[in-house]
Design a protein around this ligand. Structure first.
Ligand code: BES
Ligand code: ZN
Length: 594
């Protein structure tokens, strides 16, 4: 049972979707016609098909014979628990209907879509459109059964303005004589993985089955950052079985993209903020690639099971990083992610620190935090510790093979852990209730240890003894981004303005091209009330729309009454540049009303 969808696939399920889309940049509107093929539980005399929609204008519905069908669209629900779920579209089916055809257009309420002005792109010459479906935004641009428990194959014809390239999360087919781009997804996928982007983008091959799309201004930098993609795919296949999606391409979006990455099948969407120039942030590619198994092949059945997607993916991401870049880097990344989890959990409601989170009356986004990611990964690391890597790898490979192209629940996983992975004696050593349904971290949580960070810790201790002037003696030779992040996070509790000024004078962190270091440095500066960050902070907030960076920066600003006013003033200016995913979070954080 999916709390976040009005559809009833147990009555009538959509099996295939054939889309015909027109992208109207002038009106900022997508117009569509879709044929939805149906599987009906039984041929009842009269039956309804229920689709999820949100803010769509439904212009007409017809049945298999081409004649129109009666339909209703519920009014917008007023109770807070239904916010974001949209308006169910109920279609009265004739007994012989094996398909329906729906015609619609999107409105300004299409939160999946971001229409960018040319000025928001690297080239500043053409507009850009992209979609973000996860978790429940696909219903804002396509009427369908928007539940991760429903899988469909799909195809699309897309009409876009002359000169504009179109890409989708599927296999690219041909272009039709009228210029329409054609795509096909022949493997069944959940609706949140349907994605589209259109703009002035070009392609460069990285290997025989992978490549990168980006604006011409960004392409060379992106291609060199992502040179190891083929090696990552090979490493992933070695670990957990064949890559089953044909091509693996990346699309670098403009900086307003609200996520680091999104695992759209065949075509990962990525923020340009990972283009650090030294491959230091490419674990994001490993992460999105890993979703080709954990998430896209084996999918969380409901958003309550989201940790199955992300926990497995973070675990798998670290394994890919280890295979391609070695143990030391992977261990640093494991250690950093646990530190981040601990920091975040500190400020969270206990009920939100549960892996199998109760989302009754809540939006899927309310379950979004590092908990499903990192606590989920730590649970898998605990199992690996218990049975050893060899046995755990066999289990994972069988998990992906045995559930390929299906959606699974937490209960199914627990059942298989007990029957296929652990002996009863081993099972008795894991407190499953604490891990899955308990708040916080269980006593047997693994401690990812990084030797590299021990050296950093020793330097931090020495620095603290001798004060800011000793920054001159800090030895940062061979430090990577990871060392820096660990250094700053470790120093944070005793950081003062004097420390920041000394570090800035020597290392010019405000000028770093590394977005992770910069975002952290800016947040630390805001926390110290350091006026030197004002300019760089404003530039960053006006440019970057990645929620992971925006949220802590605005939250830090908003801690003081004066800072809150500044945050709101900045936000008012920057908000039109952000995607709805980010504005929904930030509106609430800042108590923003138009
Ligand atoms: N699938 C997620 C992004 C997502 C999650 C979108 C939930 C909407 C709802 C993606 O794989 C992801 O986890 N991205 C991370 C990157 C990562 C390396 C942890 C991000 O965007 O920061
Ligand atoms: Zn993910």
């Amino acid at each position: 049972m999916d709390l976040h969808s009005y559809s009833r696939p147990d009555h009538v399920a959509v099996t295939h979707l054939a889309l015909d889309l027109e992208l109207d940049f002038a009106r900022r509107e997508v117009r569509g016609v879709a044929r939805l093929d149906l599987a009906r539980a039984e041929q009842m005399g009269e039956a309804h098909l229920t689709l999820d929609t949100q803010g769509l204008v439904i212009e007409g519905v017809s049945g298999s014979d081409g004649t129109s069908r009666v339909f209703t669209v519920d009014p917008v629900a007023q109770d807070p628990a239904s916010q974001g779920l949209g308006q169910p579209l109920r279609i009265q089916l004739a007994p012989s209907d094996q398909a329906v055809r729906v015609r619609w257009r999107t409105t300004g309420l299409a939160d999946a879509l971001q229409w960018l002005e040319p000025a928001q792109t690297a080239g500043a010459v053409a507009p850009f459109l992209y979609t973000q479906g996860q978790a429940i935004l696909t219903r804002t641009w396509i009427p369908l059964q928007d539940s991760p428990g429903v899988r469909i194959t799909w195809e699309a014809r897309v009409h876009a303005p002359e000169g504009m390239e179109v890409v989708m999360s599927a296999e690219r087919r041909w272009r039709e004589p009228d210029g329409a781009y054609c795509f096909a997804m022949t493997r069944p996928v959940p609706s949140y993985l349907i994605a589209l982007a259109a703009g002035r983008i070009v392609f460069q091959e990285l290997g025989t089955r992978c490549g990168v799309w980006a604006e011409p201004e960004t392409l060379a930098v992106a291609a060199s950052e992502f040179v190891d993609t083929e090696a990552m795919i090979a490493a992933a296949e070695q670990l957990f079985g064949a890559y089953r999606w044909g091509r693996y391409d990346l699309l670098v979006l403009p900086p307003s993209f609200p996520f680091g990455g999104m695992e759209n099948p065949c075509l990962t969407f990525a923020t340009p903020t990972i283009l650090a120039g030294d491959k230091s942030l490419v674990s994001l590619v490993a992460h999105e690639l890993a979703h080709s198994w954990s998430g896209n092949l084996v999918t969380n059945a409901t958003w309550r099971d989201f940790w199955l997607n992300e926990g497995f993916t973070v675990y798998f991401e670290h394994r890919i990083m280890e295979a391609v870049y070695g143990c030391e880097r992977a261990q640093m990344e494991r250690a950093l992610s646990k530190t981040d989890l601990l920091r975040e959990m500190h400020a969270m409601d206990a009920r939100d620190t549960v892996l199998y989170i109760d989302l009754e009356g809540r939006h899927p986004d309310d379950g979004f935090s590092l908990v499903p990611y990192v606590k989920g990964c730590l649970f898998l690391m605990r199992l690996e510790e218990l049975v050893g890597r060899a046995r755990f790898d066999v289990f994972l490979r069988e998990w992906f093979d045995g559930h390929a192209f299906t959606s699974v629940t937490t209960a199914v996983l627990l059942q298989e852990i007990r029957t296929r992975l652990l002996t009863p004696q081993e099972a008795s050593q894991v407190d499953f209730a604490a891990w899955i349904e308990g708040a916080g971290l269980p006593a047997d949580v693994p401690h990812p240890h990084s030797d590299a960070f021990v050296g950093v810790d020793a330097q931090v201790a020495a620095l603290r003894q001798s004060g800011p002037a000793s920054v001159a003696h800090l030895s940062v030779r061979d430090w990577t981004t990871h060392h820096w992040l660990h250094f700053l996070e470790t120093l944070e509790p005793t950081l003062t303005l004097a420390w920041m000024e000394a570090l800035e004078a020597r290392f010019r962190l405000m000028a770093t091209g590394n977005s992770e270091i910069l975002a952290l440095w800016l947040r630390l500066g805001v926390a110290q009330g350091w006026s030197a960050v004002d300019g760089p902070l404003e530039a960053f907030l006006m440019q970057v729309g990645r929620r992971k960076f925006l949220k802590p920066l605005y939250a830090e600003l908003a801690k003081s009454p004066a800072g809150k006013q500044r945050a709101l003033a900045l936000y008012r200016r920057a908000r039109p540049r952000y995607h709805a995913v980010s504005t929904t979070t930030l509106d609430e954080l800042l108590g923003y009303t138009a």
